[in-house]
Design a protein around this ligand. Structure first.
Ligand code: SF4
Length: 373
């Protein structure tokens, strides 16, 4: 935990500044008898400047910083391990040891540098209960939901750890461990801060939330005034096939899911993204592509085809000819189709690989601290 003064340890009930909205910070600051504009200064320091300790918020008086150090904390996820890929991707194993929390856990966050931008892939839960059969995270089960602080903290940690090489544009994808729409409130609190021009100030065009198809969550997201782009993890061309690899489909079958997609209010610049992991010999037949085209007919859709990453699970990568044939069938129907070869495969950072055994451990805080960096 990072605090203002190592000699003044905040108590377990100290107020966590990170992950708080402008309104929550204002209520807290006013409760201390301070003027509300102090909260705006803290909000700016946390998210626009990405300062990592209370001590660094130098436009607060020394006295206020000292006081905050005793009643509040600025606790970021700790980097337990970094795994560097040959393609520049960094997979972080982060320890979550927020002040006062007994349920410490580890999660994974991936930083992917490109020529003109960087993409940060963040987790929204430790583990996941959705049990998609092609996903290593599913083997962990759900450890727990992440807080808004733990979600936004991943972006701050990844950006600050790469500060010297940052490009002007940052993309954030909520595609790491967990089903974002099953941790709705914390996810949306974090997303609002990400998208707030006074917060992390990332464009809604550059933040994408991916769901396995939780229909009530999609309907709720549709009513949000501020929201990220939406991606649906489709991965099958019919219910029988999808039931077998995504058991959530039994609860929210394809027809209902696609109805929810048709009712989803896209902004003028927006496409709905469908992700489709191509499992060799399973869902990569030309007939599957034709069925997918029918499923998403009349939707303003973009399709990302993700050839399966070889791993510990009993599936096979598709061959290149099958991938191209699948792409062409959809492209000929007029859809935007991209083949996304996952990055960071050599450090298990690729799609569906975010689950080392270390992620499943409930790690006591003192163990994490000693393993840190
Ligand atoms: S693909 Fe996503 S929703 Fe499915 S088990 Fe993995 S983390 Fe959970």
């Amino acid at each position: 935990m990072i605090s203002f003064d190592s000699n003044i340890a905040p108590g377990n009930d100290s107020f966590g500044l990170l992950g708080k909205s402008a309104d929550e910070l204002r209520d807290f600051i006013v409760s201390l008898g301070e003027p509300p504009y102090r909260a705006a200064q803290i909000y700016h320091a946390l998210y626009a400047e990405r300062l990592r300790t209370i001590d660094e918020i130098s436009n607060l008086s020394l006295e206020l910083r000292r006081r905050l150090g005793t009643v509040a904390n600025l606790s970021l996820p700790e980097i337990a391990r970094r795994h560097h890929s040959s393609d520049g991707t960094v997979r972080y194993v982060l320890g979550l040891t927020s002040a006062g929390r007994m349920d410490a856990a580890t999660i994974e966050t991936v930083f992917m540098p490109e020529e003109k931008r960087q993409t940060v892939c963040i987790s929204t839960q430790a583990g996941c209960a959705v049990n998609c059969q092609f996903c290593l995270t599913a083997t962990l089960g759900l450890v727990r939901n992440l807080s808004a602080a733990e979600i936004i903290g991943q972006v701050i940690v990844a950006l600050e750890d790469n500060r010297a090489a940052l490009k002007p544009q940052t993309n954030v994808v909520l595609m790491g461990q967990g089903e974002p729409l099953l941790n709705y409130d914390a996810v949306m609190t974090a997303v609002r801060i990400l998208l707030d021009p006074k917060g992390l100030a990332i464009s809604p065009k550059h933040v994408t939330l991916s769901t396995s198809g939780i229909i009530p969550g999609i309907e709720k997201l549709a009513r949000e005034p501020v929201r990220p782009k939406l991606a649906i993890s489709l991965n099958a061309s019919n219910d029988e096939q999808r039931n077998a690899i995504m058991p959530i489909n039994r609860k929210y079958p394809l027809k209902d899911l696609l109805d929810a997609c048709r009712n989803y209010p896209l902004r003028p610049w927006e496409h709905l993204t469908f992700e489709y992991v191509l499992l060799g010999g399973y869902n990569d037949h030309p007939e599957d592509a034709r069925q997918v085209a029918k499923l998403i007919a009349n939707l303003r859709a973009k399709i990302n085809l993700i050839p399966w990453n070889p791993g510990e699970l009993p599936y096979h990568p598709p061959n290149a000819a099958r991938v191209e044939a699948f792409r062409k069938i959809l492209a000929d129907k007029g859809y935007l189709v991209f083949v996304r070869y996952s990055r960071g495969q050599d450090v298990m950072a690729a799609c569906g690989q975010l689950a080392l055994l270390e992620s499943s451990r409930i790690v006591p805080p003192q163990t994490l601290s000693s393993a840190s960096r």
